[in-house]
Design a binder for this molecule. Structure first.
Ligand SMILES: NC(=O)c1ccc[n+]([C@@H]2O[C@H](COP(=O)([O-])OP(=O)(O)OC[C@H]3O[C@@H](n4cnc5c(N)ncnc54)[C@H](O)[C@@H]3O)[C@@H](O)[C@H]2O)c1
Length: 254
């Protein structure tokens, strides 16, 4: 159970049809948070919504491309009408890329930045009025451990996630006086589509070698992320802002 004693909270989780986003949506619902489950199209969100509503909690499916303001505006409006003002946002939708730097085209660069960076900017701007009105808010952005270390053939992706880290730091300072915290989670080696893709390209390491390189000797599960996400969204985390939370099995230590 979370510690939301005062007001019933509504969260918008992007990229919540699968992987980490779905796990965060389900975990927040356990804390009695109502959840707008957003992904590229509504039908994709059905399984996550069903998993939440079958436990007696409230959730709504929202179809939108986070990099399209008109679509995000419609989705946020539907979320508000169905569940109420949005005071928690998890900017999780993201795309990855493994193209060697000299082969990266401007179209590819722009695509990755549009989803990972512009999408976070648009979604956050669209829900901010609700947080301002409530004088309370929780913003959690998904960055990446590759933003902390850099990664071969991931200049586009890792630099876009670096933007998320610095956006988090600046926004935390801007919104702190309003009762809104802003943090980012930097996952590493979490099972999901992105990790499967990464493994295809990291053929230098066998799965056994990959595990040996991780201090906890296992890959992460989306639920590992979701637990950190849930804590960042609770009332009791109000003194924690502008931070990068590494959920990475010890891949990056600081
Ligand atoms: N899995 C990892 O090890 C790992 C590591 C570092 C960072 N991350 C970050 O965590 C987040 C989730 O990763 P995952 O492994 O669960 O990925 P995933 O590919 O399993 O899920 C991403 C979801 O985002 C959705 N999405 C993509 N583009 C979208 C758009 N334009 N608008 C709306 N939704 C969109 C997809 O449909 C998908 O459901 C991403 O931001 C990713 O960069 C993951």
């Amino acid at each position: 159970m979370g510690d939301f004693k005062v007001v019933r909270r509504v969260a918008l989780v992007t990229g919540a049809a699968a992987g980490i986003g779905a796990a965060c949506a389900k975990r927040l619902a356990q804390d009695e948070v109502m959840v707008g489950v957003l992904d590229l199209d509504e039908p994709r969100c059905a399984a996550t919504v069903e998993a939440i509503t079958s436990t007696g909690r409230k959730a709504v499916a929202l179809g939108a491309d986070v990099s399209r303001r008109d679509q995000v505006q419609r989705a946020v409006a539907k979320c508000r009408e169905t569940l109420g003002p949005v005071t928690i946002v998890i900017n999780n939708a993201g795309v990855t890329d493994f193209t060697p730097f000299d082969q990266v085209t401007e179209d590819l660069w722009n695509f990755v930045y549009r989803v990972n960076v512009l999408g976070t900017f648009i979604v956050t701007q669209e829900v901010l009025p609700d947080m301002r009105a409530a004088k309370w808010g929780r913003i959690v952005n998904l960055s990446s451990s590759s933003a902390q270390t850099g990664s071969v053939n991931m200049t586009t992706y890792s630099s876009s996630k670096g933007s998320i880290v610095t956006l988090t730091r600046s926004l935390a300072q801007e919104l702190g006086p309003l009762g809104i915290t802003v943090n980012n989670i930097a996952p590493g080696s979490i099972m999901g589509t992105i990790m499967s893709e990464a493994n295809k390209y990291r053929s230098r390491l066998s799965p056994e070698e990959l595990l040996k390189a991780l201090p906890v000797r296992r890959l992460g599960e989306p639920e590992d992320l979701a637990n950190a996400c849930a804590w960042l969204c609770q009332e009791s985390s109000g003194y924690f802002t502008g931070q990068t939370v590494g959920v990475n099995g010890g891949r990056v230590v600081s």
